[in-house]
Design a binder for this molecule. Structure first.
Ligand code: TRP
Length: 450
């Protein structure tokens, strides 16, 4: 199959929009602020930014490079770059599996955004509405499986439609529409939030470091957020990299994606914390921060309906461009490896993800304790670990060297290699061992003695 049949970005910007679209998602606007809130704010932010620089960026460059060099899906890429039947291809299998798992719950959460867009438009989050409408909107929703299933199905339908249309007419086209829209709304919201009374307190929460709140758990959370936010470790960035043209540069494009992703997460913080501090809701409210605390704050704002409508449209746009990257991983695998027509792959696996997500609508615990838990805590870090080992130790160094040589960052090659060879694997291994509970089990074993 020629590279044109499998699709290609029309321009370098096409890749940057699409890859930033994948990275910027619920992870930036829903997950990042509450993780920062739970971990005490700015000191955590500092650790997070260090992780992004020394772990996220190097692994991202590596992943995109694997895609560009192989022009294949996450499984085939390792066979092209290593050898047929190589055990490294299991990284790809894990990635495809993770894509199923993440998409099926991601879509349910995205469905919540649709409900909140509709409720905003209906005026439920305006000062004239009954306070219970905001306070209970989320609880009512998560205890109505049928409503969630409708929205989840509708969202998957949009995702399938875009992936169905292909790399240029689907992915690139929609990311080029949705990403500028997202930026525009976000900038408008930052201006609004900064004019509120709690702006100073909100900014201070994000920018004045308090190192006492920083503990081991916060560092683990920073790393988890780094992978999730940059869509790393399961071949999404590899797949997007595989649609790059030979003349496109991996290093500078990946750097742009990192700048945009972190920038937007911080901007989202500049929207959410000023509002949170202006209206006295708790910054450490956890996953409900965006779906419970914010609507309650919106109800106290004169133009609350408009602000909440803008906010949830923003969230929905961000979720959509991320979800398409998940279905694209699955589709690319079946298109490249089994010569399945793209239309069939997108439709069939969209339906399967829909069915898997139905379970989440009935029981949220299935999201937290199974899908998100296994995918985010095990598959992503493990995938990132093996990807960094592969590009650091196994991949022909000429490939990486020439990508760096072609960019403005030629001098950074040595630092990059050091990061993917040592820094990333060691850091990930530490986190992985911690998260899997091995440390706890061992320390219980030894600590149990009086
Ligand atoms: N990065 C996205 C976010 O921040 C989520 C996402 C999309 C993702 N594709 C992924 C996470 C692949 C891990 C792997 O919301």
């Amino acid at each position: 199959m020629t590279s044109n049949e499998r699709g290609q970005w029309k321009s370098r910007l096409g890749f940057i929009f699409a890859a930033a679209g994948s990275a910027i998602g619920l992870g930036n606007i829903w997950r990042f602020p509450y993780i920062v809130g739970e971990n005490g704010g700015s000191a955590f932010l500092l650790v997070y930014l260090l992780m992004i620089l020394f772990l996220g960026l190097p692994v991202l460059i590596g992943e995109v490079m694997l895609g560009k060099a192989s022009q294949r899906d996450p499984v085939g890429a390792f066979e092209v770059l290593d050898r047929k039947g190589t055990p490294w291809r299991f990284i790809g299998f894990m990635g495809v599996l993770a894509a199923f798992m993440i998409l099926s719950f991601y879509s349910v959460v995205a469905g919540w955004c649709i409900e909140f867009v509709i409720r905003s438009a209906a005026g439920d989050f305006s000062p004239t509405a009954h306070p219970a409408k905001a306070a209970q909107a989320f609880n009512v929703l998560v205890s109505s499986p049928d409503v969630q299933i409708y929205y989840h199905g509708f969202f998957i339908l949009m995702v399938v439609g875009i992936v169905y249309a292909g790399v240029q007419a689907g992915l690139q086209r929609w990311c080029e529409i949705l990403m500028p829209l997202l930026l525009l709304i976000l900038v408008a919201l930052v201006f609004f939030a900064m004019s509120q009374s709690g702006a100073k307190a909100g900014v201070a929460f994000l920018l004045e470091p308090d190192f006492q709140k920083l503990n081991g758990d916060a560092i683990l959370a920073a790393m988890g957020q780094c992978f999730f936010s940059l869509s790393l470790g399961m071949g999404a960035m590899l797949t997007y990299g595989s649609y790059l043209r030979p003349e496109d540069n991996v290093v500078s494009s990946a750097s742009w994606v990192v700048v945009l992703d972190s920038g937007i997460a911080i901007f989202a913080g500049f929207v959410i914390f000023p509002i949170v501090f202006s209206f006295g809701v708790d910054p450490g409210a956890g996953p409900g921060l965006v779906f419970v605390s914010l609507p309650m704050a919106f109800q106290k704002i004169t133009a609350g309906s408009l602000i909440s409508l803008a906010f949830f449209v923003l969230l929905l746009a961000a979720a959509l461009t991320s979800a398409i990257s998940l279905l694209e991983v699955i589709s690319a695998y079946f298109v490249d490896e089994f010569k399945m027509p793209r239309h069939l792959a997108a439709t069939m696996f969209g339906v399967i993800c829909f069915l898997m997500g139905v379970g989440v609508a009935f029981n949220i615990a299935y999201l937290e304790n199974f899908l998100d838990y296994w995918a985010s805590n095990f598959i992503l870090p493990l995938g990132a670990l093996f990807i960094s080992l592969f590009v650091g130790w196994r991949l022909d160094q000429k490939i990486a060297r020439s990508e760096f040589a072609k960019s403005k960052f030629a001098k950074a090659f040595g630092l990059w290699l050091f990061c993917v060879r040592y820094v990333a694997p060691v850091l990930i291994a530490i986190v992985f061992i911690n998260k899997s509970g091995i440390v706890e089990a061992v320390s219980k074993l030894f600590g149990a003695a009086p």
